[in-house]
Design a protein. Structure first.
Length: 262
């Protein structure tokens, strides 16, 4: 197996995964002892056939899926062992961008962004949707960053798929996360918009000095935008290295067969 040692930053690890197992059915693990370390910056693409554990891995990282066993250390804190307010606080440090956007359709773009700050204000303020001026200013700045400066008061359900995904990215960044996860963020988008979304994820990772982990099916997008590629097969890491090392032989090993390779 190739390694990403030469591609990883020398900064302190932001995320360390040790011996991570996940089984939805006893005795049938979807993740089989995953060991991975992510530095403080860079975009990592996770690729592999459907059903190989890519989405499960991402969702274990932010505890949307409960690991069966193992450790997930976010800046040194094992979030597998957290519960209650400690878990909520840890989740606020992990931004998540979803395949199907997960916006509140009836709310405006601005209101959707501000939901990224609900964990930082009191229950009454949250119920009244009353946010500090600094949060509102930050939201407007993020809308400008993602190219939606003129859409603040537009309802989410009136946007195109690409615009919705931009709102999803801005909402995740509103949390001021220490780690950004994206679960197949381009799967519902056309090729041009997919490139724009990947460019935005890469740029914002760099601008905010945080690691970005993207689960994706498009190998060419992974090669183009990722600093590091992790290939998963049958719940295990089959490849871990620079995108330039991802040749056809390795792709056959990850996905199986070769008729799909051109």
């Amino acid at each position: 197996m190739n390694t990403a040692a030469d591609t990883q930053p020398t900064t302190q690890a932001a995320l360390v995964i040790r011996k991570l197992f996940k089984a939805y059915v006893a005795g049938q693990p979807v993740l089989k002892g995953i060991d991975l370390t992510f530095g403080g910056t860079g975009l990592t693409a996770i690729i592999g056939a459907s059903g190989t554990g890519k989405s499960t891995l991402l969702r274990c990282i932010n505890r949307l899926v409960e690991p069966t066993s193992g450790e997930i250390l976010l800046e040194g804190e094992d979030i597998v062992r957290l519960g209650g307010e400690q878990l909520r606080a840890a989740r606020r440090r992990i931004g998540m961008v979803f395949q199907e956007y997960n916006l509140v359709e009836r709310l405006t773009v601005m209101e959707n962004l501000l939901t990224g700050r609900l964990g930082t204000i009191g229950p009454l303020d949250a119920w009244l949707r009353r946010f500090p001026p600094a949060d509102i200013e930050h939201a407007f700045a993020l809308l400008d960053t993602v190219g939606l400066a003129n859409f603040a008061n537009q309802r989410a359900d009136s946007l195109s798929g690409g615009q919705r995904q931009r709102v999803g990215i801005a909402r995740a960044l509103m949390q001021e996360p220490r780690l950004l996860l994206a679960d197949e963020p381009t799967s519902s988008l056309d090729p041009k918009t997919s490139v724009e979304i990947m460019e935005l994820l890469r740029e914002q990772g760099r601008a905010n000095n945080i690691p970005v982990i993207v689960n994706m099916h498009d190998v060419e997008l992974a090669r183009r935008f990722a600093d590091r590629v992790i290939g998963m097969r049958n719940g295990e890491v089959a490849f871990d290295g620079a995108a330039t090392a991802l040749d056809d032989g390795m792709l056959r090993s990850i996905y199986g067969g070769e008729g799909w390779l051109q």
